[in-house]
Write a new protein. Structure first.
Length: 248
């Protein structure tokens, strides 16, 4: 996202929203760009968020950390097909004219994929309100959680699945995640109801309860060994448990 000029009032609205939530971010006041990193509740774990402010709005881009080999034509074509299917699925999320289209975009020269949304000024809403900013910041992240694992499958999977099959797998995983989230919420309500207000919390209530199985897109036989996803940013921090290689 390149910006030669931008609306400082729109930038202020975004920064106020991030500051209210104590969100750490990098701010380029000359270009009107904000960058930060967010954790994801899926196999990808992390994603980069970049907000570019223009004269008449802003664009939010969330970059998938999994990178498709740009020299692999078959995987690139699957990426293109998958992004098209996901973008068609996201059509109902548009609220024109104030919302920019919500799309998943492949960048074939680098093998990266982004999910993009944003705000467009209108006479009725020249500046975004708090709810609008928060909705746009959250939408792209939630969609990356929902569909980013499909890019991971394209990048590191067996290469035999079609874009439709990968999207179907993502829909199944999303349904399981929603089920697990509901189970966690119900378990928390149960603990709150059963908690003894007169004394210490029972050990049973302190336990996490039945551990839920991890939701993964890959089948175990698809992976030769446990690896982390490719890193899409040159200064992406290494994992805590990752051993540094011996000398060059």
């Amino acid at each position: 996202m390149k910006n030669n000029q931008y609306n400082p009032e729109i930038l202020r609205c975004i920064r106020e929203n991030l500051d209210e939530r104590n969100r750490g971010y990098i701010h380029d006041s000359e270009k009107g760009v904000i960058f930060y990193r967010r954790s994801l509740d899926c196999t990808l774990r992390l994603a980069d968020v970049m907000i570019g402010v223009q004269e008449d709005g802003y664009t939010v881009e969330v970059t998938c950390p999994a990178v498709v080999d740009p020299h692999d034509p078959a995987r690139l074509q699957t990426t293109i097909n998958y992004c098209r299917l996901v973008s068609e699925k996201l059509l109902p999320l548009w609220d024109l004219p104030r919302d920019k289209p919500v799309v998943m975009l492949p960048h074939l020269s680098t093998g990266t994929v982004t999910i993009r949304d944003g705000f467009h000024s209108t006479p009725e809403m020249p500046l975004p309100d708090r709810d609008t900013v928060e909705r746009h910041l959250n939408t792209a992240l939630l969609l990356m959680e929902a569909f980013g694992d499909g890019i991971l499958e394209i990048a590191l999977g067996d290469g035999r699945k079609s874009a439709k099959e990968i999207l179907r797998l993502c829909d199944e995983v999303n349904a399981r995640r929603v089920e697990q989230q509901l189970r966690r919420a119900l378990e928390e309500v149960r603990r709150e109801i059963n908690r003894d207000p007169e004394g210490d919390t029972d050990e049973e209530d302190e336990e996490e309860g039945e551990e839920l199985e991890a939701v993964e897109l890959f089948d175990p036989e698809d992976e030769e060994e446990e690896t982390s996803y490719p890193q899409s940013h040159p200064w992406f921090p290494p994992e805590d448990n990752e051993e540094k290689p011996d000398g060059d």
